[in-house]
Design a protein around this ligand. Structure first.
Ligand code: COA
Length: 275
């Protein structure tokens, strides 16, 4: 079993990686370019006053600071090293591990959060379009508000041993998705966040993270809030979450950027739990 896994890792993952690395400007770099493209576009569209200070990715950028440029994958950036092309991503998905987050994962957690939100909210009112004033819209919201606001939050949460945030980890240590289940004071559960990097969608990464969260919470009622009319809303229904009465109006941080994002509450009854 172990030998088989080793062989799979060697032939399926490391070989393409090595051959990619030895081809000057080859697959590895186009992998970065494809993925980094959307992040780069976002950063370019909102600008980044600090960009020049962070021209070279430090590898261990300070998790106490936020700059949109931090979030553009660089060649020193682990999650992308193994992804020479789209086909490899599907194969690597089988090799991901699902485990508790470490403090050094925080930059990748922020990146997953920002990019998955960008993708999930793109069709919502006021989100994108050439008509937007330069300081409004989705790109500005995710990079100017969501990312910087949540960075200290994720950092504190991951550092707190009494809390649990699960990540999906590539064999070389990168993070491509995360989920944050937590317990309310009354012992019921709450699903606070569930995000997968867009390029890793539809490969069952989200499904495995959800399994980790449901197992962690066990047989309790689980609540969540999700933006109405997003793909995630449908997916939650598939996991047995049922609508709770009443919509929550657009939260102020989103409204400030011109977005209309109504939130719907859901509950998954304890009886739906299957070990
Ligand atoms: C929601 C999200 C985490 C799912 O991640 P993913 O890796 O693409 O999901 P998977 O491929 O594992 O699919 C998850 C499940 O949804 C099902 N599914 C996929 N697309 C679906 C769709 N359009 N409608 C309904 N169900 C769907 C899959 O069959 C799978 O079910 P299973 O566990 O029974 O097999 C991801 O799409 C995401 O990051 N979205 C944006 C962020 C977001 O809105 N998060 C929730 C806010 S709290």
């Amino acid at each position: 079993m172990t030998l088989q896994l080793l062989r799979t890792v060697t032939t399926d993952v490391l070989d393409p990686l090595v051959s990619g690395l030895t081809r000057a400007g080859g697959g590895i770099h186009s992998g970065y370019a494809r993925y980094g493209g959307r992040m780069r576009q976002l950063v370019d569209s909102v600008g980044d006053a600090d960009a020049r200070r962070f021209d070279t990715f430090p590898g261990e950028w300070s998790i106490g600071q936020f700059s949109p440029s931090y979030l553009v994958p660089r060649t020193a950036d682990a999650p992308y090293r193994l992804v020479a092309n789209g086909n490899d991503r599907a194969r690597i998905a089988d090799l991901l591990t699902y485990e508790r987050a470490r403090i050094e994962d925080v930059p990748s957690i922020v990146r997953c959060h920002v990019l998955a939100t960008d993708e999930g909210y793109r069709g919502l009112p006021g989100a994108t379009g050439p008509h937007l004033p330069p300081d409004r819209g989705l790109a500005n919201f995710v990079l100017r508000s969501l990312g910087p606001r949540k960075l200290p939050y994720w950092k504190e949460l991951v550092a707190d041993e009494s809390k649990t945030l699960f990540v999906a980890r590539t064999p070389d240590g990168g993070v491509v998705g995360f989920v944050h289940p937590e317990f309310n004071d009354d012992g019921s559960g709450y699903l606070n966040a569930w995000y997968v990097l867009p390029e890793w969608h539809d490969l069952k990464v989200g499904s495995r993270l959800m399994r980790s969260a449901l197992d962690y919470l066990g047989p309790v009622d689980i609540q969540l809030h999700v933006a109405v009319s997003t793909k995630a809303e449908n997916i939650y229904r598939g996991y047995g979450f049922e609508e709770i009465d009443g919509l929550i109006p657009t939260p102020p941080p989103l409204a400030e950027y011109g977005l209309t994002v109504l939130l719907q509450g859901y509950i998954r009854p304890a009886a739906a739990y299957e070990p």
